[in-house]
Design a protein around this ligand. Structure first.
Ligand code: PHE
Length: 473
């Protein structure tokens, strides 16, 4: 247990840091892909339902657990869980949560480093005049570590290390540094996103390439927003929706515990958790849905988007599409898009670093700086393999085990601790302490019964896949 009594500097700082934690690459890269792959409007209803019956309850649980632990001077999940439930096993479960954070950050920082490098490439005009095949090839050689346009050998590795050092440096300055980054990064992200979305809306079909004369940006938006009720019976769509809700809200890893442990006991955590959650959803469905899909649909057509949905859209295709705006505006488009992704990424990776740093402080009484450096070294050791062996699929393995499966397991365990071991009444009182807003007590029963059952169902539905993975089918 550390004696650190630090707390967030201001309410705005706390909300922006929490929103920055949630708003991440998941909102702009993962959400559009998941939505398109799962049928656009077919995805939205299960997604919103999962947000309400799983996302919001998990936010309540994690904020309450975090603040409760913080009252006892604990700032990391193992110690926080230890104050709620007796028995060493919960401490180990907390450690499992910390390692999930570390595993996700290992590949997350890699994507973050691409965005940094792509901002630079947009500024220096690397993409000017490139064909669609060439911008795609640029990305492929970047991640294969074969070519370096900047004249730096292993450019991807260099940017990974720069990005990691930046994260470590900010973490070493503690909450203050995180708050500062969130206060700059979040408004910038919203402004950049709004400009790109307005541009996307105004594309219409005037810019369709000669190859795709019927392309229209509005087709992309309509596809996303026209509900299709048949999908309600498709369990695959539900699973994808649940997975996206987890990832985007940053729940299921104990990241939020560690931010909430620094909340003052009179703060309204019920209101804060709802605000941060809804802010994330706004940025995800409104902004996240209004950039890549309509811009790509505007130039290349909706069919192209549906057939090519994937990570590649953001890095392989967008730099090409921005060129259609002319040399200067194309560069501006690139800076806005990759800059937005960078801000989204860094405010989330800092959040993922906090549990490890807090654990080192709680466990060994290390200073903030020493704990942050240990984080940087750890991520370098386990993260660089995702860079060196990206094309061999190491990245995807991390994303599956840490970014998909572990989240569900951890979320189920923390729900059990909160509702069944600590006790839902005590838990609810913690949530409501200092709360001005009224939350319908229906949520008490949702947390007690619906959320755990849903989590068990999500986990059980993943078992065949897990089995296939383990047996390498
Ligand atoms: N929510 C972040 C995103 O959408 C990812 C994240 C997951 C951040 C877990 C922190 C903890 O990109």
């Amino acid at each position: 247990m550390s004696n650190n009594t630090a707390s967030w500097g201001s309410r705005v700082g706390l909300i922006l840091a929490m929103a920055g934690n949630a708003v991440g690459l998941g909102n702009f890269l993962r959400f559009p892909v998941q939505a398109v792959e799962n049928g656009g409007g077919a995805f939205i209803i299960p997604y919103l339902i999962c947000f309400l019956v799983m996302g919001i309850p998990l936010l309540f649980i994690e904020w309450s657990i975090g603040r409760y632990g913080g009252k006892f001077g604990n700032h990391s999940t193992p110690y926080i869980l230890d104050t709620m439930a007796k028995g060493r096993v919960w401490k180990y479960i907390g450690v499992f949560g910390i390692f999930t954070n570390v595993a996700v950050i290992c590949y997350y920082v890699y994507i973050e480093s691409w965005t940094m490098s792509y901002v630079l490439h947009s500024v220096i005009g690397t993409f000017t005049g490139m064909s669609q095949a060439e911008t795609a090839e640029f990305f492929n050689s970047y991640v294969s570590l074969t070519e370096s346009t900047l004249g730096i050998p292993f450019e991807a590795v260099v940017f990974y290390i720069i990005c990691l050092i930046l994260n470590t440096y900010i973490l070493s300055s503690g909450l203050k540094g995180i708050e500062k980054v969130a206060k700059i990064g979040m408004p910038m992200l919203i402004i950049f996103g709004a400009i790109l979305a307005v541009k996307a809306f105004t594309l219409g079909d005037a810019n369709a390439s000669p190859e795709f004369p019927n392309a229209n940006a509005w087709d992309g938006l309509n596809f996303l927003w026209t509900p299709q009720y048949e999908s309600l019976l498709d369990s695959k769509v539900w699973l994808a929706a649940a997975g996206q809700v987890f990832f985007t809200l940053s729940v299921g890893m104990g990241t939020i515990h560690c931010y909430a442990a620094y909340v003052r006991s009179k703060d309204d955590i019920a209101l804060n958790s709802v605000s941060a959650g809804f802010m994330n959803e706004f940025v995800e469905v409104v902004l996240g849905g209004a950039i890549v899909i309509p811009i790509a649909a505007g130039y290349l057509g909706l069919d192209w988007v549906i057939n090519n949905a994937g990570f590649g859209m953001a890095f392989q295709t967008m730099p090409y599409l921005f060129q259609q705006w002319g040399q200067v505006l194309g560069a501006v488009g690139g800076v806005l898009w990759f800059g937005l992704l960078f801000f989204a990424g860094i405010t989330s990776s800092l959040a993922m670093g906090t549990p490890w740093v807090g654990f080192m402080k709680d466990e060994f009484n290390w200073s903030q700086k020493k704990s942050a450096i240990s984080f940087g070294v750890l991520v370098a050791i386990f993260g660089l393999p995702t860079v060196f062996f990206f094309t061999q699929g190491v990245f995807d393995e991390y994303d599956y085990w840490a970014g998909t499966i572990s989240l569900v397991i951890f979320a189920l365990l923390e729900t059990i601790v909160f509702a069944w071991i600590f006790g839902i009444n005590k838990g609810w009182n913690e949530l409501m302490e200092g709360a001005d807003i009224k939350i319908t007590p229906i949520y008490k029963y949702i947390i007690l019964i619906v959320t755990p059952l849903l989590l068990i169902w999500v986990f059980a539905s993943n078992i065949p896949d897990i089995y296939d993975k383990i047996t390498h089918k």
